[in-house]
Design a protein around this ligand. Structure first.
Ligand code: ADP
Ligand code: MG
Length: 436
């Protein structure tokens, strides 16, 4: 501007001034126009910028929402994992806790002092945990003991041995009376002694007689004693508990007797029940001067068995069936009336019996018309039911080997010879066989 003023000072003529004025106004107008344009441009630019910023803002907001959702998800995940960790920790702690000793309460002195016997044998005077109700502390109850102080930690609910549950038959056996050849008299007798008192106790009360408490089946091996007991189990609706005498002989002192006691207790609880003691001679052998502690343990078991049998009412719902091959060595105490009052002999089958047994075992076999079972029954004198079963099976094997359609009489004859050779099983008077 100072330049222009200086120019103005230098200029003299009005013409020149006029020119100058015009150029100046032109210049000013141009400048104005220019700044007007600039302002417009700037406005557009700014609008543009605001637009981009707004969209960026939206974008960021969306991102924020997203990451907040992520955060929430991760937080719940974290809680879940923490819970998992806690669970695993407590589990691993549980695994690391020392085992508890199992014991039996012998005597309760007062609410805090109790005499227990640990499973290893010795007795201890211990305290009981305050969390146990003192009224629940009873002699005979099973409990767990702390390893160091042997204090009673908790009481175990039911002291029945798992082994006892194993002895209880849940499914009844498949054998029926129809599977037994011969032995009609014995079947009748056992039905009368076992089934009838369970099904029709009124008959006995009316007449006033006491039904037998238990029956003992005895006879040579392989004559169908176990089979008969199974058939009884099949035919009655009673609970059936099967135990083999040798299972009652236990390793530790008093264990066998406890098993017997629990067996009888469960039988009573679940009555009507039939207890079947197979091979009873394992515990019922007559008491002699016992020399070893093992003998004495067997005798204790026997005494518990006797006490158990005395503990039932005759008309009660528990029946006992015993089976043995060795009645000669059984203790007299078992055989006296009031225990096994019915003693049923299952002899070696006679010819008629053998024929019936053969008929039972050949029911399902395909046989030629020439097979004469009467003759086979005649030829198998001295054989027991198990032998006859084996003969039928062997005859079948011969037929298979020769690729025949049906079993012939010759197959049976060969089978008789083979079974006779395998073992000298068929002693007519078998006194001393322990095992069947
Ligand atoms: N009277 C019988 N009728 C049919 N099969 C019999 C007879 N006696 C024995 N058996 C056969 O012999 C097998 C063994 O009999 P089992 O009852 O176990 O003999 P044990 O008298 O020694 O207990 C039975 O599974 C059965 O196949
Ligand atoms: Mg048997």
């Amino acid at each position: 501007m100072s330049d222009t003023i200086r120019q103005m000072a230098e200029l003299q003529t009005p013409e020149e001034l006029n020119n100058l004025y015009r150029t100046l106004t032109n210049q000013l107008r141009q400048q104005l126009q220019q700044s007007e344009n600039d302002k417009h441009d700037l406005e557009i630019q700014m609008l543009d910028r605001v637009g981009t910023l707004e969209s960026r803002n939206l974008e960021l907001r969306e991102q924020l929402r997203q990451s907040e959702a992520d955060k929430r998800y991760i937080e719940t995940q974290k809680i879940r994992y923490e819970r998992e960790v806690r669970k695993l920790k407590s589990e691993s702690e549980l695994l690391r806790t020392p085992p508890l000793i199992i014991g039996t309460i012998i005597d309760v002195l007062d609410s805090t002092r109790v005499v227990v016997r640990s499973s290893a044998g010795p007795r201890f005077l211990v305290r009981s945990s305050p969390s146990i109700n003192p009224e629940d502390l009873k002699a005979g109850a099973r409990c767990t003991l702390n390893q160091q102080s042997l204090a009673i930690v908790e009481l175990l609910p039911d002291s029945f041995d798992a082994q006892i549950y194993g002895m209880e038959l849940v499914d009844s056996p498949l054998e029926t009376y129809a599977d037994i050849g011969g032995l009609e008299k014995q079947i009748n007798e056992i039905r009368e002694a076992v089934e009838l008192p369970l099904k029709r106790p009124d008959l006995f009360t009316r007449i006033g007689v006491e039904p037998p408490k238990g029956v003992l089946l005895h006879g040579p091996p392989g004559t169908g004693k176990t089979l008969l007991a199974k058939a009884v189990a099949h035919e009655t609706n009673a609970h059936f508990m099967r135990v083999v005498g040798s299972e009652l002989v236990q390793k530790y002192i008093g264990e066998g007797a406890r098993l017997v006691r629990e067996l009888f207790e469960i039988a009573k609880k679940k009555s009507p029940t039939i207890i079947f003691i197979d091979e009873i001679d394992a515990v019922g052998a007559s008491r002699t001067e016992a020399n070893t502690s093992g003998d004495r343990e067997v005798q204790r078991t026997l005494m518990q068995l006797l006490a158990g049998m005395d503990g039932f009412e005759n008309r009660g719902d528990v029946k006992i069936i015993g089976a043995t091959n060795r009645i000669d060595i059984l203790d007299r105490a078992l055989l006296r009336p009031g225990r096994f009052d019915r003693i049923i002999e299952i002899p070696l089958p006679e010819e008629g019996g053998r024929l019936s047994i053969l008929k039972v075992h050949t029911r399902l076999l395909t046989m030629d018309d020439n097979v004469d079972l009467d003759e086979i029954a005649r030829l198998t004198d001295g054989k027991n039911g198990a032998d006859l079963h084996a003969i039928c099976m062997e005859a079948g094997m011969f037929a298979i080997r020769k690729d025949r359609e049906a079993i012939t009489q010759d197959d049976f004859l060969l089978a008789i010879e083979k079974v006779g050779l395998d073992f000298h099983r068929g002693f007519p008077d078998i006194g001393g066989a322990m095992f069947a």
